[in-house]
Design a protein around this ligand. Structure first.
Ligand code: ADP
Length: 547
């Protein structure tokens, strides 16, 4: 017997309709690429999205066509989120930090039909326009006054003219909730990038889960500033969650340095933010150097790579900003776990509580997790045993776009597919997951695994260290041993031996790094993660001191 409930598809457009109807006056504030601050509301954003949906149709964009963007976080990008997906097209957020050859490869693979881009990316688009074969029109996301007098980009259109020339009357189509809504490529540190193709259903379910109090905890009383780019897994879903709950949204545009962010946090009275650790490091350095405070900020979500306990302590103890450590990936829309504490943790001492907070957290409802050993056998949830982390859930990919990326799923005894995350982690009895490493970054010493994240956290807690990455360096006896690559804080003095001595008592002795190299900079990829493959190449011939 079926239930007798209405069949109503879960559609991205309904998030915007809700925000307009119930939070129409709520503000959307953007620092624009053009340099000024733009203020709008959900009511205006919804009307302009409808206009843009009409404009897309006028440009011949049909159901399922890919609409690409090369854009910062801003209201125009948000309008495209809704105009493209809402009208049945597929929003494809390109990462402008990638090499132009990769942008071309991805746009070709996605078969993008139209490309919207911010003024900052005009040189990039001029460099690639002739090579992206499927793109029929290019739209500069600005007004007429900021359009270039001349450009080599063919069929170059002006965003504000498209908006002005279109009706704000548009009925969002009631499409199948399983229709594709948006497309995001993995950063492709190994091999070609792979496309994760989200659906309306997966996005709306992810939005419900992300907004929950023990997840990203979004509400109409919040002012949310997503620092995480909208081209990085849909800014972790915040442009959708903000509409679902009616939160005020603040977009930082291209201005992601510590000063610009802190100014915006203060002037717009931001309460919640989200971003990768490298951005917060710059922000904390600015706040520290200028003896500033956060007067309204209550929480920040940190993920994308491991947040060190040192950073958590700085936010929480010095600035009274709560850190929510979160973990996910492109293939997971991206949310998998968030580290919010349970009541029992209140009874713990500060150090023990910090040890829990340093974990990547517990699964949000909808995500199932397990860890397995080399034969695929399930490993115990004891907080100690580590194995490959596998996940399942309605917003986790079943296959890659066009099938390019192989069949990713691993079946269990019941025949259900699990997605192997490529992360190595522990799970404890309370369900808290802690990443020890990415499987390809694990250091294999004498047949045993050493997790690099622990070693990096200890180095980063040293007051003279600005940044540290740990890789396996070749060793004649042990195959690999940990090598620390370190950037010192400006003006700080630190020797190899001092840093190595700081590991005493904090870790099993045989995990202690064998050597330290000091460098000026550590290479970061397009999503702000340390490029360990580059470091491994750079130090392939590093001679470890052999004892
Ligand atoms: P890519 O896999 O292409 O680098 P993603 O942004 O999808 O791009 O990265 C997902 C990966 O990032 C995860 O599999 C994990 O290794 C890492 N990651 C994400 N969040 C965290 C976190 N909080 N701690 C440690 N690693 C993280």
């Amino acid at each position: 017997m079926n239930g007798l409930m209405m069949q109503q598809p879960l559609l991205i457009s309904s998030l915007l309709v809700h925000a307009e109807r119930h939070h129409g006056e709520q503000e959307v504030v953007s620092r624009r690429v053009e340099g000024d601050i733009h203020r709008s509301t959900y009511r205006e954003l919804a009307a302009r999205s409808r206009r843009m949906a009409n404009a897309l149709a006028a440009q011949g964009i049909a159901f399922g066509d890919r609409v690409a963007t090369l854009a910062w976080n801003g209201y125009r990008h948000m309008e495209l989120y809704y105009a493209a997906s809402g009208s049945g097209a597929v929003l494809h957020t390109l990462n402008p930090r990638l090499h132009p050859d990769q942008v071309v490869w991805i746009a070709d693979h996605a078969e993008d039909r139209i490309l919207f881009f911010d003024l900052s990316f005009l040189p990039l688009v001029e460099a690639v326009a002739a090579r992206v074969k499927t793109v029929k029109a290019f739209v500069l996301m600005t007004d007429r006054a900021h359009m270039p007098a001349a450009s080599s980009v063919p069929n170059l259109l002006c965003y504000e003219e498209l908006i002005a020339g279109a009706s704000d009357h548009f009925d969002w189509p009631q499409i199948d909730e399983n229709a594709a809504s948006s497309l995001c490529y993995t950063s492709g540190t190994t091999g070609h990038p792979k496309g994760a193709l989200y659906s309306h259903r997966s996005t709306v379910l992810h939005t419900y889960a992300a907004a929950l109090p023990d997840a990203l905890n979004c509400s109409a009383r919040d002012t949310i500033l997503p620092v995480v780019p909208m081209f990085h897994v849909n800014a972790w879903g915040l442009p959708y969650a903000a509409c679902m709950v009616g939160a005020k949204l603040v977009f930082p545009g291209p201005f992601l340095d510590g000063k610009s962010l802190h100014d915006l946090f203060e002037s717009e009275r931001v309460t919640v933010s989200a971003g990768v650790p490298t951005v917060w490091q710059a922000l904390l350095a600015h706040v520290e150097a200028n003896d500033l405070r956060f007067s309204t900020m209550r929480r920040t979500i940190i993920g994308g790579s491991a947040c060190t306990p040192a950073m958590m302590q700085a936010f929480q103890q010095r600035y009274d900003v709560q850190v929510l450590h979160a973990w996910g990936m492109t293939e997971m829309s991206p949310l998998g776990t968030v580290c919010t504490l349970k009541p029992a943790h209140d009874r713990l001492g500060a150090d023990a509580r910090m040890a829990v907070q340093a974990k990547q957290g517990r699964a949000v409802f909808g995500v199932d997790m397990k860890i397995v050993g080399e034969e695929g056998e399930e490993l115990p949830h004891d907080g100690k045993t580590s194995g490959e982390l596998l996940v399942r859930g309605p917003w986790i990919i079943a296959s890659y776009f066009k099938g390019d990326g192989g069949d990713p799923l691993v079946p269990d005894a019941q025949g259900r597919g699990w997605f192997p995350t490529g992360d190595v982690s522990t799970l404890d009895a309370d369900g808290y997951m802690q990443i020890t490493d990415r499987s390809k970054d694990v250091i294999k010493s004498g047949g045993e695994w050493i997790g690099s994240i622990d070693l990096e956290n200890i180095a980063m807690a040293h007051p003279a260290v600005a940044m540290a990455a740990c890789i396996g360096a070749r060793h004649p006896k042990w195959d690999e041993r940990p090598l620390l690559v370190v950037v010192k804080k400006p003006g700080a003095a630190l020797t190899r031996d001092e840093l190595i001595a700081s590991y005493d008592g904090k870790i099993a002795r045989w995990w202690t790094p064998d050597d330290v190299v000091f460098v000026d900079a550590i290479p970061l990829g397009a999503t702000g993660k340390v490029q360990k493959n580059k470091l491994r190449e750079q130090f392939a011939n590093h001679k470890l001191p052999t004892a």
